[in-house]
Ligand binder design. Structure first.
Ligand code: ADE
Length: 344
């Protein structure tokens, strides 16, 4: 069964309680949104100015690694301008007709959020160009020599696109985000700690300051991970009948989840270990790493690699990925000797 093209719910891969919790935790106002200060400042001006002129906010593109708050920002903007948001994603729009139906069902001022916009197919992308530029939809009726094309006028809307892979976006599409493209960066540990304390307060979780620091340090500088770890530590503390989450519960829960002091999980360590043990530290191509781990190359590139790059544990070179000295040390392995020719 294919994914429904449109929804008003949260992102993919979430069900039940966690999905509801994430909705509760989502900041709805700028002053609740922690971090990403430059993006926040620029967006709030752009939105206020459009609001004052009584115009629709121009189309916006958010990009950066997963879990940094692209969807959250889209919801926040929808709340700020009081406009409904319709949610879809690149892979959910399979046919031109899907997009046509989404666009023609928008109302004036609506926000259309397309997640993973880099996965839209080319034909669909081309329908989007005139829709974004001049609010028109070209529809072809019939087939062959008798086919004719009509132009429908669309309501004023704001398209918010999100992608983890800006490099895969065609430049004609990129250039149509007239409001601008905004890059979300990894958060500092202090910002992540603030997010954890805010979430704990909303969820009525009692946690001490040191425990929040530890969760923050292991959250991969990513709010989605921070909130997930907070919930898992809460589960552990609850089962242990702990009144308040302290360092003890936190360390034990994270140890059980095999999350190390930098937030790496088994799979991250396997990626590093593959480069180091199987390919002598690299360089090795991403497809080769993926094949060695029976993993999808895109998943490695989109989900795992950004944080390993951020930590400086791997480097991208023209001949593939290499593990750095830091990665060897983190896994407790001896880094290879540097090229010592100069000593000879
Ligand atoms: N939850 C997810 N992202 C957040 C952020 N940037 N600030 C506060 N809470 C968040």
């Amino acid at each position: 069964m294919s994914t429904p093209p449109l929804s008003s719910a949260t992102g993919p891969n979430q069900q039940g309680e966690d999905k509801n919790l994430d909705l509760t935790l989502r900041p709805r106002r700028w002053d609740e949104y922690i971090g990403q200060n430059t993006v926040k400042q620029n967006l709030s001006i752009l939105i206020q100015a459009a609001k004052e002129r009584g115009e629709c906010v121009e189309h916006l593109l958010f990009y950066g690694p997963p879990g940094l708050g692209k969807t959250t920002l889209a919801y926040l903007i929808s709340h700020e301008i009081g406009a409904p948001i319709k949610i879809t994603s690149g892979p959910a729009i399979e046919r031109v007709g899907d997009l046509a139906s989404i666009l023609t069902n928008l109302s004036n001022g609506d926000i259309l959020f397309i997640d993973e916009i880099h996965r839209l197919n080319k034909l669909i992308e081309e329908v989007l160009y005139p829709a974004m530029e001049s609010r028109t939809l070209d529809v072809v009726l019939g087939k062959g020599p008798s086919a004719r094309s009509i132009q429908l006028e669309l309501p004023a809307f704001t398209l918010i696109g999100a992608t983890t892979r800006i490099s895969l976006l065609s430049s004609p599409l990129r250039s149509r985000f007239s409001g601008g493209s905004f890059r979300l960066d990894f958060y500092s540990n202090q910002e992540i700690k603030k997010i954890i304390l805010r979430s704990a307060q909303i969820l009525r979780i009692k946690i001490n300051d040191d425990a929040a620091t530890i969760i923050a340090e292991r959250s991969r500088q990513t709010p989605r991970v921070a909130n997930r770890l907070l919930k898992r530590v809460r589960d552990y503390a609850q089962v242990q009948r702990a009144e308040i989450i302290t360092i003890n519960e936190t360390e034990r829960a994270l140890e059980m989840l095999k999350i190390d002091r930098l937030g790496l999980e088994n799979h991250d360590r396997q990626i590093l270990d593959t480069i180091i043990s199987k390919f002598n530290g690299g360089p090795v191509g991403i497809k080769t790493i993926a094949a060695a781990l029976s993993e999808d190359p895109d998943t490695i590139e989109e989900v795992y690699e950004p944080y390993l790059l951020q930590l400086g544990f791997i480097e991208r070179t023209p001949r593939g990925r290499t593990a750095t000295t830091g990665a060897f040390e983190h896994l407790g392995k001896n880094p290879p000797r540097q090229n010592q020719n100069h000593l000879l």
